[in-house]
Design a protein around this ligand. Structure first.
Ligand SMILES: [Zn+2]
Ligand SMILES: [Zn+2]
Length: 160
């Protein structure tokens, strides 16, 4: 999905919102995998009597991964937003590090980058997930029955 920036700057139309639905299910996203198209919109608005362009990217993508403690598969919705302000005079030299192909903005690449930076480094099925039992390796919440008194880093003590 490419957005012709030259055209955008030469015809400063009214504000507009461009919806998108992008497929990243085959893309490499660290720590998870997209399971549905990424839905969102790119809002375009002008500021300072057309001197500045405000691009607002907002959307979310549903990903599949596993709990970092109990390894249970889980799905999460990852939201993301990014606002970029570009000057009409020197937008190509912007420090925003935009993915450009000539005069065109690669919206898919922009969205992909936002997804990658928005994905948390770890996922938990719930904040108080007890993880796997250090004795039998089963999920603690399933009540494996092992009698553990105390779990410390790298070790545990069994009840007598
Ligand atoms: Zn868990
Ligand atoms: Zn156990």
């Amino acid at each position: 999905m490419l957005l012709d920036m030259q055209k955008l700057f030469s015809h400063q139309d009214a504000a507009q919102s461009i919806p998108f639905s992008l497929d990243f299910t085959q893309e490499d996203i660290p720590g998870c995998r997209a399971v549905a198209p990424c839905e969102g919109s790119l809002d375009i608005a002008w500021e300072g009597h057309g001197r500045r362009l405000r691009l607002k990217l907002a959307g979310s993508v549903r990903v599949e991964t596993e709990c970092a403690r109990c390894l249970e598969p889980l799905q999460r919705e990852i939201p993301f937003t990014r606002t970029v302000l570009l000057s009409a005079q020197d937008w190509m030299e912007s420090e925003e590090d935009l993915p450009l192909q000539g005069n065109k903005l690669d919206v898919s690449e922009l969205v992909y980058t936002e997804i990658v930076v928005s994905v948390p480094s770890t996922f938990l099925c719930s904040e108080d997930c007890e993880g796997l039992c250090p004795v039998c390796g089963r999920q603690c919440r399933l009540g494996c029955g092992c009698k553990i008194k105390d779990v410390t880093d790298g070790g545990f003590t069994l009840l007598d």
